[in-house]
Design a binder for this molecule. Structure first.
Ligand code: ADP
Length: 407
């Protein structure tokens, strides 16, 4: 038989429900624990409630929530595991009721002055996370002088499990925040490194290219000019790589740097094709454009879209054999403009289709590669398209060719 009236039982359940609602609504640990001790005292008619957490460093229990004005001072007290009531509950992981606390040698007497009561009786239950005890929650003295009942113990156990969840959530949040900050710091370091490295490489490379071009111009003998030309060619490759690196950095600083204006995608495609015309001629690859005189206007960052289409077209040229074909189609599709760059090149294995937009991903391993590059071109193209909230995807058949589409 319960010692509580039906009304009291309903009141208890309602208040417990209140606490669990609060628990899922806030991550503010101190106020949650404060609520738990208030509700615990109120529902069990106790004079005080205290929450103790195990500190693995000092191997003792510390108060993390207590009622009254001196709650700050009580936090400096450490309750030993051996020889204390809370310690016994912590070690055994099971509840304990001590009705005559003053005659129990395990009573830790340092607390009374802070809670402004003389401890007469204690009900203590463990706070558990799964099967691990993390602390103890204690009730001190029944107001009506009665003994602590089984119902009080059940009520306190429910509140103890709420407190444990709140503590665990906070710990997880702290760990997550720390990990997040570490990641952000690493990301900043990486961005700084990329920005500094690409900036520092650009200047001397410009000088090398400038001098090599000068030499190529003034040298009379053919062999000398060929040597200078090789320096220029490889210098240009290096310049492209450095530019790619610079563009990754641009992405880190995000969409905020998008400079939008009205642009005609058909015209943009023509400009991109123009840029790569020489490369196409060297490989004898024909580039045809659907609707070359058309006009399809939208708003966007011209430079960034130029980089996106440029990287896709450059790949089409690299991964298509001599005398191959590239076709570019641009259409309006509803409210969007869709551009496809289609080649009849080497194609991409199906298992790689998902991954080629990842940074530094290349279908052929770096060691056995027949083609240059760093695996950045498509990831940059994707970034640039994502800035515009667009989409980019690929369809490809190995040995037949690929179709890259930007929406
Ligand atoms: P990379 O610098 O290696 O070209 P990208 O990010 O531009 O880097 O491309 C990633 C990989 O996707 C390339 O290494 C290549 O294997 C594959 N790829 C990209 N475009 C094509 C294409 N048009 N045809 C075949 N393979 C392609």
């Amino acid at each position: 038989m319960s010692s509580l009236s039906e009304e009291q039982q309903i009141d208890r359940l309602t208040r417990l429900l209140d606490v669990s609602r609060q628990l899922s609504a806030t991550l503010e640990l101190d106020s949650l624990l404060q609520l738990i001790i208030e509700v615990a005292s109120e529902l069990t008619f106790s004079e005080s409630c205290l929450i103790l957490l195990y500190d693995p460093q000092t191997k003792s229990l510390e108060f993390i929530a207590s009622p009254g004005v001196r709650s700050k001072e009580i936090k400096t007290i450490r309750v030993p595991i051996e020889g204390s009531i809370a310690g016994a509950v912590f070690k055994k992981g099971s509840p304990l009721i001590v009705q005559n606390a003053h005659s129990d040698p395990r009573l830790f007497r340092g607390v009374d002055q802070f809670i402004q009561h003389t401890t007469k009786s204690i009900l203590a239950v463990p706070m558990m996370i799964q099967d691990r005890t993390i602390g103890v929650i204690e009730l001190v003295n029944k107001k009506d002088g009665n003994n602590f009942s089984k119902e009080d113990q059940t009520t306190l156990s429910i509140l103890a499990s709420h407190a444990a969840v709140a503590i665990q959530n906070t710990n997880l949040l702290v760990t997550l925040k720390k990990a997040n900050e570490e990641l952000k710091a690493l990301d900043r370091l990486k961005s700084d490194f990329i920005a500094i490295a690409s900036h520092e490489l650009r200047t001397p490379l410009g000088i090398v290219l400038g001098h090599a071009t000068y030499l190529e111009d003034i040298l009379e003998d053919r062999e000398g000019r060929e040597q200078a030309e090789i320096i220029i060619q490889h210098g240009e490759r290096l310049k492209n790589i450095i530019e790619d690196l610079g563009n990754i950095d641009t992405f880190q600083s995000g969409k905020s740097r998008l400079r939008k204006s009205s642009i005609d995608i058909c015209k943009l495609i023509q400009e991109v094709v123009q840029e790569y015309q020489e490369m196409a001629e060297t490989k004898n690859i024909s580039i045809s454009i659907d609707n070359p005189q058309g006009e399809l206007k939208t708003t966007g960052d011209k430079e960034k879209l130029h980089i996106a289409f440029g990287n896709i077209l450059k790949n089409a040229l690299i991964y298509t054999n001599d005398r191959g074909k590239i076709h570019i189609k641009t259409n309006r599709v509803g409210n969007f403009i869709e551009t496809s760059i289609i080649d009849n090149g080497i194609g991409i294995p199906e298992s790689d289709l998902e991954k080629i937009f990842e940074r530094f991903y290349q279908v052929e391993s770096h060691l056995t590669r027949r083609y240059g590059g760093m695996g950045l071109g498509l990831s940059i193209a994707k970034d640039m398209v994502m800035f515009h909230e667009g989409k980019i995807w690929v369809e490809s058949v190995l040995g037949k060719g690929s179709r890259f589409t930007v929406l």
